[in-house]
Design a protein around this ligand. Sequence first.
Ligand code: N01
Length: 556
Amino acid sequence: MPVNEVPSSFGEADVLDVAVVGAGFAGMYMIHRLKGTGLSFRAFERGDGVGGTWFWNRYPGARCDVPSLQYSYSFSEELEQEWEWSEKYATQPEILAYANHVADRFDLRSHVTFDTEIVAVVWDADSAFWTLTTSAGDSVRARFVVAAVGALSAGKEPDIPGLESFAGMTLFTNRWPKDGVDLTGKTIGVIGTGSSGIQVIPVLAEHAREVTVYQRTPAYTLPAQNEVYDAAYLAEYKARYREHRAKARSTRTGLLLERRPEPALSVDEAERRRRYQECWDAGIFGCTASAFSDIVGDIAANETAAEFIREQIRDIVRDPAVAEDLIPRAYPFGTRRVCLDTGYYDAFNRDDVRLVNLRRDPIVEITPQGVRTASAERRHDVLVFATGFDAITGSFTRLGIVGRGGVRLEDVWSEAPRAYLGLQVSGFPNLFTVTGPSSPSILSNVLVSIEEHVDWITELLQHMADTGARTVEADPEAERQWYEEAAALVEGTLYPQADSYFMGTNIPGKPRVFLPYMGGVNAYHDKITQVARDGYTGLLFDVTASSRAAVGAEGR
Ligand code: N01
């Protein structure tokens, strides 16, 4: 039976078969796949346009750090041939233009209700429907919910006393004003030095009168070595696009990047330096961490990479005291998200850029005039917060999801963020968490992971239609085993040595657990493919008598 002839309860007029939450890259592709199923569906998006993270993070300097040719959908050969990326690392406006192009080309927009934030998603066991409620108080019922909300979309609010008292302009990189903001001649304080801070600081420095960077934890960042794509390279790449896509899927990261098999200390220092220099010059995300087999597994190996980067910082930054403050030492290289930048360390050679090391001189409060640290109050016209996200789980829990027996997802995950294959949570039937915890998610080229999840969900819906299943949810035992399998992979690596959003430690009260699956995109693909092939092992289906009869009537 094709999925569009699903049992009658799927097709009730006043309810949806599938509600998709979010119209970022995951939600858009989910819509595209659902269009082919005949199921009734609708997506709900809190913004007034598509693009998700690229809709919100419009700060100056925002761009991807996965090569544009790879950071794009692979589902349509026509799309990948016709779209022209202009740079190795596309800017946010170019990526958003791409998202809009995809929405138009595949007629996705008409399936989205924009400006609509979902604030409650509640399961009703009797009817086996979810009720989704919007911030405006409207509600819709749906058999299935696909939470395509992004792994990095719930912003972390800065918990700094006095924030509300600031009399100047307050900006957040993760929700930058849509029409931009003219910061020419302003005195700006920037709080946060992860990927967002590192991208925005050099661009702000070009326009502002003065930029003060408040740094609590220095990041390891390498130059992006961005460049304009030349036509011959693009043509050659596109001629072999399928091959490149297949190869990327066969790696650990979903990127065209292989981890070298030998340990760092198995080669001499000259060879190590040669490889690290190659990565520094190439500007490829993940290159240094893949230069040897044990960079995130062995502290001595790790130190060789870390020390190489520290040397580069000392080389670039003219003031030795500033260089020392910019050098990361407190955690191993690669255990927090490594950044790619354009002119970050150079920015600190400007007279109008200052660094405040918050480890030595912590913020006491924000005042109406600026920021007071232990040593001084500095006045600012503008404060820019690049303070990050409640990663991987926050975008799901803020939907107010209440499953079987009135249990809140937020409460379940406050103990342990379990999700079978990163996709389904026991006690939350018919709910799918795209790029959820214990999936490769933000450790991978997320476009690859998004397509993987959406394809898998679509096939599962087809399977349910074929078998007359009304509900599906994770078997608690399978969920527990997957969680432990994912946790075991991290044991013995260096990741737990760092406080990071990977470990949930940037959000007070979050359990200290490594959130993504680190076994690799390739191993993960094999696993979820096998699960499907074996009839969805680890998932529990509820096949109602009526749907059994409907399926039986068709001779199955
Ligand atoms: O966030 P982050 P992000 N006082 O969590 C600091 C993706 N991304 O938005 O670590 C002072 O990395 C915090 O300090 P600490 C990418 O996956 C990609 O920059 O808590 N400081 C840290 O320095 C990335 O990893 C691109 O000590 C405070 C910073 O804020 C992810 O998004 C571009 C503070 C937060 O860094 C998140 O990056 C941008 C406080 N109270 C983002 N609270 C690309 O290039 C927090 N901090 C594709």
